[in-house]
Ligand binder design. Sequence first.
Ligand code: DSN
Length: 418
Amino acid sequence: MLELVSALAAADPDIAHVLRAEARRQHGTLEMIASENFVSTAVLAAMGSVLTNKYAEGYPGKRYYGGCEEVDVAENLARDRVKALFSAEHANVQPHSGSQANQIAYFSFLKPGDTIMGLSLSHGGHLTHGHPVNFSGMFFKVVPYEVSRDTKTLDYDAIRAQALRERPKMLVAGASAYARTWDFARLRAICDEAGCLLMVDMAHIAGLVAAGLHPSPVPHADVVTSTTHKTLRGPRGGFVLAPARNAEVVDKITFPGMQGGPFMHIIAAKAVCFKEAAGDSFKAYQQQVIANARTLAARFIERGFDVVSGGTDTHLFLLDLTTRDLSGKKAEAALEAAGITVNKNTVPFDTRSPFVTSGIRVGTPALTTRGMREAEMLRIADIMASVLEAPADAEVIRKARVQSREVCDSFPLYPELR
Ligand code: DSN
């Protein structure tokens, strides 16, 4: 891999500089964006490989191009491994992203104008779960559900009542900013009563599900979508799982329905990721991800901050800054100046716009990959709290930057590539 980097430096110093600068940035900052992670060098190697050169429209054994015998091996490995990892009857590993996986799930079962019921974006849902500015909101009639005003958690009785009233064709479960455990069995029962399909987008929690630390949607859903790059710690990409009865439609809608040539280098890297996720150390990693998130959230609560729903069962939580008169936008900028990367995020019932927001989303997958544990979480929570308590104080920010850099330097990123 180092030879490849040297070749790049010789051919294109400008882009080589971007790669080096980004590697330095990743090493030197505390990455707490809940959807980001650091892949293994094995995943990096598969992604930066000659497999990118290959066109392979179709599926293993049934391609529209010659010369696919080697990439067929990679795709079969990826499919078999992800099926085993999640005990799924069928898998399609070709979706280029989570958004495309969701397109595939919708168009496998729905016609434009059909009704979907997904968690509102401002309550933790995702753009592709029915937001008006997204294809999902343009093609389908959307009746969003929300979390409870009291607990800021899903209210399954309210979801049931809404589903029975609205009779959607599909109920969409999954979120990008929801910290609590999903009850997929309950949602299945609701869907059966309301006569609708259940789709689960497990992108955020896929690593926890693979490790057996969050209930699996696979036995309950008509279709499950995911990305590979969040808690699952693989390359940037997506996949779809389905019961055998839905295998044919999912494959047909993926190709030729939605996508052209699959990214074989990424599919090979997905296969590596699925092998890693089935390995012995992956469960311990995910346990630590959750323990770290709980430790951080508890420290914020001790320091007087408002953690949405009072804690977390997963890899992330939301800090609600409403009572501090601090927007998520300003908090994100102050933390970034202190060497800590998070994203501004709406909180349930937010009165600010998605560009400003009243909260930040905090996640632990990436820091945990670097080897950080509870002791570091306590220190990081204190650094963050000092910044959020005085976001305009340059001296506080400077001190926090020094402290966050010390933590980073104790946990080198990709030391083998230095
Ligand atoms: N952008 C991802 C996230 O940050 O959660 C979801 O697509």
